[in-house]
Design a protein. Structure first.
Length: 367
């Protein structure tokens, strides 16, 4: 049996359903922003529960735009977690600012108790990550930010469809970033991203800056860049947004089956699932003893698995100048050696999920 991690061949196996709208777009020649992009932005803002959605090329651009809209600049410090994708810290660096890392907690989220210890006169913002589609305690983070007069920017790139009690990721910070990378719960045929905010002044600035700073065809009021979402992708996103809640529901169902069985194996440590928190399970991660041997065994037996990620951000070559060393963040470093990501996507059937479980049980029962 084969259990794929990549579900895109199943999701986009009938591309003709997009052709009619694409044909309309091609005939209209509205290839730069235009009505298809605006239609998606309005629908997504309503879905999240914010006033404004500004679409972008990708989630990285969304992070950069969010940071820049709050005036984050050279030598400012932004506190974030060290176990995330490169883009989280890379966006901070792209603004000329300095990423200040903190450790992760037992749920692989930012260690909130460590945040205040890292605040200095140069600190301007806290950038928590909804890592793997789970969420940190955003209310605690917001309270720390208010106490210290700091901004909060959510990296909610994996959080589309999640909930923290009755609120959604992307609605806590002043301005927040989301992604439509192919392996997110809302995805397109390539890349895409969104900045979401309730601040109309910030939204106006971002819309202008992502489009060269243009007022109209012949005038600019600020120097900007091109970070626009392509209308072809906006059409895909509009159609796929309808499926997000059902996708997340199925992934949660699959995750519960895995949790139920894997929690009984002593060599596996599952993250705690918080009450009244709904995860997207963009990544189903747990800590496994003999992780690398298990990974090799599962792949050999037809189960495609991944590691997110083997080297924390503070130990990457690009971060060497920041002065962190091995041992700076022990939890994240241990997790980097033990975390394994299993398939949990919406196209798995029950037999495939049971096959994953059986193979893991077989591995740990070997003498």
């Amino acid at each position: 049996m084969k259990v794929p991690f990549n579900y895109l061949p199943y999701q986009f196996n009938k591309p003709k359903k997009y052709f009619r709208e694409w044909e309309k777009l091609i005939k209209s020649t509205e290839f730069t922003l235009g009505p298809y992009v605006e239609k998606f932005e309005k629908k997504f803002a309503k879905f999240i529960g914010v006033k404004h959605c500004i679409s972008t090329n990708n989630g990285t651009d969304a992070l950069i735009l969010a940071l820049k809209s709050l005036g984050i600049k050279r030598n400012d410090e932004v506190i974030t977690v060290c176990n995330s994708f490169f883009a989280t810290a890379g966006a901070i660096v792209a603004c000329g600012a300095i990423p200040v890392f903190v450790d992760s907690d037992d749920r692989y989220q930012i260690d909130i108790d460590s945040i205040e210890k890292k605040i200095t006169k140069k600190t301007k913002a806290i950038l928590p990550v909804h890592w793997g589609g789970a969420s940190p305690d955003m209310n605690k983070i917001i309270n720390i930010a208010k106490k210290n007069n700091l901004s909060v920017i959510e990296d909610a790139c994996m959080g589309i469809g999640a909930k923290i009690k009755n609120k959604k990721p992307g609605t806590f910070g002043k301005v927040n970033a989301m992604s439509m990378h192919p392996l997110k719960s809302l995805n397109v045929m390539g890349d895409g991203g969104m900045v979401v905010t309730n601040d109309s002044k910030i939204a106006t600035w971002i819309k202008k800056y992502r489009n060269h700073g243009m007022i109209d065809r012949d005038h600019i009021s600020i120097w900007g860049v091109n970070m626009r979402l392509q209308p072809l992708q906006a059409i895909v996103a509009y159609k796929e947004l309808k499926k997000v809640n059902s996708i997340v529901k199925i992934r949660n169902k699959n995750a519960r089956i895995l949790d139920n069985k894997l929690s009984k194996i002593n060599s596996i440590q599952l993250p705690k699932r918080r009450k009244n928190y709904k995860e997207t399970f963009a990544l189903y991660m747990a800590c496994f003893k003999k992780r690398d041997q298990l990974k090799e065994y599962l792949i050999k037996n037809g189960v495609e698995v991944k590691v997110h990620y083997p080297i924390p951000l503070h130990l990457q070559k690009a971060a060497k100048h920041l002065g962190y060393k091995r041992g700076s963040f022990p939890k994240a470093e241990r997790q980097a050696k033990e975390l394994l990501t299993l398939p949990v996507h919406q196209y798995l059937n029950k037999s495939q999920i049971n096959f994953i479980i059986k193979k893991i049980e077989n591995f740990y029962n070997q003498k």
